[in-house]
Design a protein around this ligand. Structure first.
Ligand code: 0CM
Ligand code: SF4
Length: 313
């Protein structure tokens, strides 16, 4: 029987960003340097495939530092940690390596600076996300308030509108965040903050890449984990353009009934999803369809972050 034909548009850029590359490399190098086990606090990046591979090499993943035995090295995940975490590690004499993405650390420093000037901070982000917990943990309790939605931005109360700042999570929706910041700026004209927001280059580039292909696609598959904020935002971007979209971790997650027989399917991957899973998904699609593959053109992303000094010395 002849397979139905399918135009497959593959977004670019997609997949691993510089912060994810660096975080994974830190665990690999720590395993080489110290030998297993190397403990990792929280999933190093939000991807089961990445975590399982490192676990196979001797990494042990835990959610809290008190699960790390004395005398073994521990790595903090790419999403960042509250200040209390390295402080506790130091107090216990643990060897720790910080894999926090430098773009998240930059927001941490901005938060400290603002609070140092006595400012109150409105932080745009998603409650409960580890990056948000980590950033709140940089400053004294009560100096930062969470703004999740436009409604929050319209109703948040501040002590002094003339000594107010805003910061954002790095992996938010570019469009939603712009709308929230517009509201904050119109309510509090003297609010201070980054030039645009703190959304990172990888998040905004991947969202733009989805927009570019979604206009000509009937459906979209996003490879990424359900707890990956940046990956979920990619599916949302396509949905907002009326392109039904699903987040899948790998090929076995594809709901073929839902997919049906689109004439054009878009595929992309979140910043924590390895390219090997993109290939796996494309291969699974090619078993059922006569695929015409087309990869979007894009400028290569040149961002590279330095490794911690302990690992390169
Ligand atoms: O923050 P998010 O949930 O998108 O994390 P991730 O591990 O999926 O992606 C990389 C990062 C960061 C910070
Ligand atoms: Fe860093 Fe952005 Fe990648 Fe997160 S998604 S690790 S903030 S570059």
């Amino acid at each position: 029987m002849q397979k139905p034909s399918l135009h497959l548009k593959i977004a670019a850029p997609r997949g691993f960003c510089a912060g994810v590359d660096r975080a994974i490399r830190i665990v690999e190098l720590a395993l080489e340097r110290y030998g297993p086990p190397v403990y990792v606090r929280h999933e190093i990046v939000h991807n089961k495939f990445v975590v399982d591979r490192l676990r196979g090499m001797g990494a042990v993943f835990v959610e809290e530092l008190d699960k790390v035995p004395d005398g073994v090295p521990v790595v903090f995940s790419a999403h960042g940690v509250p200040k209390s975490v390295p402080a506790k590690a130091q107090a216990r004499g643990l060897d720790y390596l910080d894999a926090t993405c430098p773009l998240v650390s930059k927001v941490h420093r901005q938060a400290e600076r603002m609070v140092g000037k006595g400012m109150q901070i409105l932080f745009v982000g998603h409650e409960g996300h580890p990056e948000v917990i980590g950033t709140f943990g940089q400053v004294a309790e009560g100096s930062m308030q969470l703004v999740e939605t436009e409604e929050d931005a319209r109703t948040v109360e501040v002590a002094n509108p003339d000594n107010l700042g805003f910061l954002t999570q790095t992996t938010l929706s570019v469009d939603d965040t712009a709308a929230i910041i517009d509201i904050l700026k119109s309510r509090f004209p003297n609010i201070q903050g980054p030039r645009g927001e703190d959304i990172c280059y990888a998040t905004s580039n991947r969202q733009a890449a989805v927009k570019q292909i979604a206009q000509s696609c009937d459906k979209m598959l996003v490879i990424g984990a359900p707890n990956s904020s940046n990956s979920r935002r990619l599916a949302e971007v396509a949905e907002r353009m009326d392109v039904p979209s699903r987040l899948v971790q790998r090929a076995s997650d594809i709901d073929w009934d839902w997919l049906g027989e689109p004439s054009c399917l878009g595929v992309t991957a979140g910043a924590s999803a390895p390219e090997v899973l993109v290939r796996e998904v494309i291969d699974a699609i090619a078993e059922r369809f006569e695929v015409i593959e087309e990869e979007a053109e894009h400028e290569p992303e040149a961002m590279v972050f330095k490794l911690p000094r302990q690992l390169v010395a």
